[in-house]
Design a protein around this ligand. Structure first.
Ligand code: R5P
Length: 275
């Protein structure tokens, strides 16, 4: 039996190419928001004994998660055999410890919620910093896919004399792995965060790479401030304007416009988030 493919806020292009690759059947969910904001949903398809694959764009998760839970529970009511959640971007991974007394460690709570409703999770480059693996917080099996090889291939084909730069210690895993594949130099900077939009990046001290093209690699671009501040620091050091690569481009608020106006040559992202 073909798996049933459900789209949850994901682009129709992604869903149809995915369905084609796994020979799945794209399945419509009738949904409606009542005037009071509560949701109605109906799945007409016969689900008995089938596998459901839900492809979900979970960027801006709060409004999307309750309807996702309702979908999962409806499918279980209809006797689906297995629910696989494909979430190319896995949110709520950055609050991975209590930084201040009294804070909620939301990565754990979010993992607990998803683990109660789906049977398996497939995602791409989740923000694993203080956790070594999703198994530390998710009680369901998960598969983690990586973008490094694709990013490295793109850099090889498109960038002259790349110098890979990780703007903070958390980005080292992506920056170092990419530089190793390309066999090019890389440096990791230190970042201090003072607020959502307030970051400071250590001077790169990389003036010996003035003939290179800096390539900034980070897993997430949210406000874009990490990229913008790093690009400014490179300029002060006399380096070329960088190419900025983000796996998950959230582009919060005016981030994309602000990055376009900054000392940045190109902005390149993977298509884990629709925009
Ligand atoms: C940090 O933990 C992440 O890896 C990114 O560096 C961060 O999310 C970037 O945020 P922003 O674009 O708001 O500076």
């Amino acid at each position: 039996m073909k798996p049933l493919i459900f789209a949850h806020h994901s682009s129709s292009q992604l869903v149809s190419s995915f369905a084609e690759k796994v020979n799945g059947e794209i399945t419509h969910v009738e949904s409606h928001d009542f005037p009071d904001g509560e949701s109605y949903l109906r799945v007409e398809q016969n689900c008995f004994g089938r596998t459901a694959i839900i492809i979900a764009d979970l960027h801006q998760p709060n409004a999307k998660v309750l309807p996702l839970i309702f979908l999962c529970e409806t499918l279980k009511e209809l006797k689906i055999a297995t629910i696989i959640l494909v979430a190319p971007y896995l949110p709520y991974m950055r609050q991975d410890k209590q930084f201040q007394p009294g804070e909620g460690v939301t990565s754990r709570y979010f993992a607990k919620i998803l683990s109660q409703h789906v049977d398996k999770l497939i995602t791409i480059d989740p923000h694993l910093h203080r956790y070594n693996s999703l198994d530390e917080i998710y009680s369901i099996p998960s598969i983690v896919l990586h973008t490094t090889a694709y990013i490295a291939q793109w850099i090889k084909e498109s960038v002259n004399k790349p110098l890979i730069i990780g703007p903070d210690s958390e980005s080292e895993q992506w920056a170092a792995a990419t530089a190793n594949i390309i066999n090019c130099p890389f440096i990791i900077l230190q970042k201090e965060r003072f607020g959502d939009r307030d970051v400071q990046v250590s001077p790169p001290e990389a003036s010996c790479y003035k003939d290179h093209t800096p390539v900034l690699i980070d897993d997430i671009i949210s406000t874009g401030k990490t990229m913008i501040k790093t690009a400014e620091a490179l300029k002060e050091d006399g380096l070329n304007a960088p190419v900025c690569i983000g796996v998950h481009a959230l582009f919060s608020g005016e981030a994309f416009n602000e990055m376009q106006q900054a000392n940045i040559k190109d902005i390149v992202t993977c298509s884990t988030v629709s925009h």
